[in-house]
Design a protein around this ligand. Structure first.
Ligand SMILES: [Zn+2]
Length: 344
């Protein structure tokens, strides 16, 4: 037995003696212990019942991404009031407006209490869209399909098209925290709720990668005329990016936010013709080649979805297309397959 152990034993004996020799102290101690235990149990239960707690702190969003799961969407809409049977309407309307069907459906479910609110039942308004010019009354639509149509158009025009593409980005404008028209503070729940519903629907399906801040830099629909890699077997050349054909003048947007480090506005540009390179976080560079015009300057900060130029046929090119390339830790060298970055 060490000196230290002996000391502890003596101290323990003194405390034990003090407590047991005084019933009042014993009782008060017991009550304090029970109250403490109850508070701990309530705290544990509350955190278990609130899976959004992590999200509300604004640090971590666990969004999943995957292929469109029509059956999963269908089964959820079946239990969602007036939205029963509207799977195809949502998917087709979203695709026509270049937005993610899962995002559109998640917002509609959240805004209407899963298809049961007065706004959606009486006014066919699934998106909480207000009537101009006062914006104090909900807009009414002749049919639910018309309401879904206007909601999708509004989501594209006022959010996606101006670079608000992730759920947290959209939330800053759709449901701003601390807004005057949100006295109960329910807007704080918007981003976690949309995230959870989107996950239940099978995950977001388009335009997202990694931290959710990368998008395809030209409008949908599109095809690839040339993939990343060897163009053909034996003696062929390696293609350092992907080619996306589009008519001349089609807007090209920043695939992710960053700083413009190259903006070549005339000449051959080493084969890329008129082109732009954007530096992103983590040493990632995105290159946009063969433009007909360049709309940014070196040093500009650009946001995801912001127009940086237009499709053209400049430099070493045989037709109007975007050459899109990703380089790592280098402006022009060390290319890698760009497709995973933009969710392809
Ligand atoms: Zn190319």
């Amino acid at each position: 037995m060490s000196v230290s152990d002996t000391g502890k034993q003596i101290a323990s004996a003194i405390v034990t003696k003090a407590i047991f020799s005084n019933p009042t102290v014993l009782l008060v101690g017991l009550i304090i212990s029970i109250i403490f235990l109850i508070i701990m149990l309530i705290a544990v239960a509350a955190s278990a019942l609130n899976p959004n707690q992590q999200n509300e702190e604004g640090t971590s969003y666990s969004i999943i991404y995957g292929p469109l799961d029509r059956d999963k969407i269908d089964s959820i809409l079946k239990e969602s009031g007036v939205f029963d049977g509207k799977t195809d309407v949502f998917i087709e309307t979203a695709k026509r407006h270049n937005i993610d069907p899962v995002l559109l459906i998640a917002i509609a479910l959240h805004e209407t209490g899963y298809g049961t609110s007065n706004a959606v039942i009486k006014k066919n308004n699934p998106g909480g869209i207000m009537m101009p010019p006062s914006y104090s009354e909900l807009r009414a639509y002749p049919s639910l399909d018309a309401g879904i149509e206007d909601m999708a158009k509004n989501l594209y025009d006022n959010y996606i098209a101006i670079g608000l593409v992730t759920i947290p980005q959209i939330g800053t404008k759709y449901a701003p925290i601390g807004a005057d028209n949100d006295p109960t503070g329910s807007n704080a729940n918007w981003v976690p709720s949309i995230t959870n519903i989107a996950t239940q629907l099978g995950g977001l399906t388009i335009n997202y990668f990694g931290d959710g801040k990368w998008i395809v830099p030209v409008p949908k629909p599109f095809t690839l005329s040339s993939d990343y890699g060897w163009r053909d077997f034996g003696g062929g050349e390696f293609h350092n990016g992907i080619d996306i054909p589009k008519p001349a003048g089609t807007p090209i947007v920043a695939a992710s936010s960053g700083k413009v480090v190259v903006a070549v506005k005339s000449g051959e540009g080493g084969g890329f013709g008129l082109h732009v390179v954007i530096e992103h976080s983590g040493g990632v560079y995105s290159l946009y080649g063969h433009m007909s015009s360049v709309k940014v300057n070196v040093g500009d900060t650009v946001q995801t979805g912001q127009q940086i130029g237009a499709v053209g046929n400049t430099g070493r090119s045989t037709g109007n297309h975007l050459h899109f390339q990703i380089n790592l830790n280098s402006i022009y060298q060390n290319h890698t397959d760009p497709k995973p970055y933009i969710g392809l």
